[in-house]
Ligand binder design. Structure first.
Ligand code: AHR
Length: 642
């Protein structure tokens, strides 16, 4: 996290009026008077869920291909378009005669049964012919960096090769790195590495595969990776992994979202087609209007969890796809249910089980610890009303085999008690302010709540400060109710900000080929997720001010009280704090503030740190002290108490 240092000066105390948990309520026209927050530290009201904050992900906004997944080659298996090799171009120059086209009659595997055919009629060492890929809005090349690549190829005769693989700058035509690969005969995989020189970092580059003589060659699965997070083969982009790590997420909900369901049943996320060697993954169309490479498949999701110390929260396909296609509960649903049980076995089973053994064969013998499974996604969209039956069938079978698993329903269930229900909220900041009591009075004997998708949707492509305020207000409400709200995950998480990259506005983290940035909402989540204890303390806010929100939690191990304050008003708010039930409060307290001059202020790819948390110290913390929360400000205060 990026932080600046400031000193916080302190003012004095005042009075009390109306009492509401979590928010002070008064007409917006009144000027702000001092509020009083009484914190009762003698006993914890309830426990904070140890899993409260996590991540939700799916292939949307080029989240994986062209995003987190390290692959630099776009349309590497030539399946983005039915008849054209999109994002690929012929490379030819003076005295060269070459063409490329899709060939559906030959490919390197059963799963990848098509390829691109390169026909070279004239070429020479001085005028080479080939094909070039433009990457995902460019190919980012950094100085003195090793790139690892491979491709499958077939040649019409032994004399066709060798193939020169190079990285070429678009603007200057300069070759930044090159390697020569002998290619001959039937389909085979070829590997290469490219080492860049001292040229400055740039994304205006392309990957070229070229030959110096006439012949016909076929290519497929042309791949190029930069260094990845923790050096994983087929791994993830480091800057995005680091940004997520800063959020201290406890779980990852995957693979969706709509991406789990697909538009049609045959376009759902079929996990068995996303494991094993890349050449055996057929890839599939996603509901977000572009083709998925499935390079980030089931095991890669799990390794992502492992790298960030998160628990997988697996959403299993449950017989509903978004164009109102559904599978009737009963025998028709049974094959899908068996597939889901096998998927759970792949994640959690020992190597003595069939699918645990497959996971070991794929490179990960150790099972993954998992406590929650979600049955479907947003099944309230299913107009047939089949979800009650589908959930019940899945619940019974999952519990029979995995009694320790909590089974999440995607909508309220009437005929039985679900373990957990997934609630989704996409709202304006105002709507969140007005609904911060949403969970206060919900029956604690009913199902637990998973807020599996939520976001304040103001700002595009990433949320602005108004959203951060709405989000922070909503997070105070989830924290105060986190005995009931056991998990929450913002959505969507990622967006490629290049033109055409976004399908859904307001996404937490933005990026292009070279750099990434966190939105103000991202920083609000970093602040909340990394300052949370295990106990919810009782507290009351009295006084009159609209749009002021709080939560108070404590770490039982060390007595640190985490106070979150949100002032969404255009004026500073004076707050009188009164703690009872503590012997002492250390006078120096850590203060982290996130502020903006206006709600419309934001971070962008070119101004990535306009709004970032600022670290400071409160120097007169005590059992009774006053804190001024500036206009449009989110604060976290760590009070060390005994
Ligand atoms: O987060 C974007 C989409 O919103 C998800 O795919 C879907 O579950 C919800 O409708």
């Amino acid at each position: 996290m990026i932080v600046l240092k400031v000193q916080q000066s302190i003012t004095l105390i005042v009075l009390a009026v109306a009492t509401v948990a979590g928010v002070a309520q008064v007409p917006a026209s009144q000027s702000p008077a001092t509020l009083t927050l009484a914190i009762h530290a003698h006993e914890a009201k309830a426990k904070v869920s140890p899993m409260l904050y996590g991540l939700m992900t799916e292939e949307i906004n080029f989240s994986y291909d062209g995003g987190l997944y390290g692959e630099l080659v776009r349309n590497r298996t030539f399946q983005d378009h039915a008849s054209r090799a999109e994002h690929w171009f012929v490379h030819e120059g003076w005295g060269v005669d070459a063409s490329i086209k899709l060939d559906r009659t030959t490919g390197p595997s059963e799963a990848l049964s098509l390829s691109v055919q390169l026909v070279v009629k004239a070429a020479s060492a001085k005028g080479m012919a080939g094909l070039e890929n433009e990457g995902f809005w460019g190919i980012p090349i950094r100085p003195k960096t090793k790139y690892t690549g491979s491709f499958y190829a077939k040649a019409d005769d032994a004399a066709s090769g060798p193939v020169t693989v190079s990285l070429v700058n678009d603007q200057t035509g300069r070759v930044l790195a090159a390697s020569t690969v002998p290619v001959a005969g039937a389909w085979k995989q070829y590997k290469f590495t490219l080492l860049s020189g001292s040229d400055a970092t740039s994304a205006n580059n392309r990957l070229r595969l070229s030959v110096a003589k006439p012949g016909t060659l076929w290519f497929s699965l042309i791949s190029l990776f930069p260094p990845t997070y923790k050096g994983r083969v087929n791994g993830n982009r480091p800057d995005l992994m680091e940004k997520m790590a800063e959020m201290k997420p406890n779980f990852l909900r995957f693979p969706g979202g709509n991406y789990l369901e697909g538009d049609h049943i045959n376009e759902r996320f079929e996990w068995k087609k996303t494991i094993g060697h890349l050449v055996d993954r057929p890839t599939h169309p996603s509901p977000w209007r572009y083709h998925s490479s499935d390079g980030l498949g089931l095991l890669e999701f799990l390794e992502w969890c492992e790298d960030l110390k998160m628990q997988p929260l697996l959403a299993v396909y449950a017989g509903y796809s978004m164009k109102q296609e559904y599978v009737k509960p009963g025998p028709d649903l049974e094959p899908y249910l068996q597939d889901a049980l096998e998927e759970i076995e792949y994640v959690t089973g020992s190597t003595d089980t069939k699918w645990g053994a497959q996971r070991a064969k794929d490179g990960h013998p150790a099972p993954f610890k998992m406590a929650y499974v979600e049955v479907g996604n947003e099944d309230w969209f299913d107009k047939s009303g089949s979800y009650e039956g589908r959930y019940a069938q899945y619940y019974k079978a999952i519990k029979a085999k995995y009694p320790e698993l909590q089974v999440i329903a995607t909508m309220p269930i009437k005929e039985m008690k679900a373990d957990v229900v997934d609630d989704h909220f996409y709202r304006s900041a105002k709507q969140f302010y007005e609904d911060v009591h949403h969970y206060d009075a919900i029956d604690r004997n009913g199902p637990k709540i998973f807020v599996g998708e939520w976001a304040t949707r103001e700002g595009s492509p990433t949320p602005n400060f108004a959203s951060a305020l709405g989000d922070a207000a909503w997070m105070t409400s989830m924290e105060r109710n986190s005995d009931l709200v056991v998990m929450a995950s913002y959505a969507p998480l990622l967006v490629n900000v290049n033109p055409g990259g976004m399908q859904w506005e307001s996404d937490l983290i933005g990026y292009d080929a070279l750099t990434s940035y966190g939105s103000p909402s991202y920083y609000a989540q970093v602040m909340f997720g990394s300052h949370i204890g295990d106990q919810i303390l009782g507290a009351e806010l009295t006084g009159s001010a609209p749009r002021f929100f709080y939560s108070v939690t404590r770490g039982s191990a060390n007595g640190t009280i985490y106070l979150k304050l949100v002032n969404a008003n255009p004026e500073a708010q004076t707050l009188s704090l009164k703690l009872d039930g503590v012997k002492s409060v250390e006078k120096n307290a850590k203060l982290i503030s996130l502020s903006a001059k206006t709600p419309a202020a934001t971070n962008t790819i070119t101004t990535p740190t306009a709004i970032i948390p600022v670290d400071g110290t409160i120097t007169n913390a005590a059992a009774s002290f006053t804190q001024v929360v500036p206009a449009y400000t989110i604060q976290v205060i760590e009070l060390k108490t005994k």
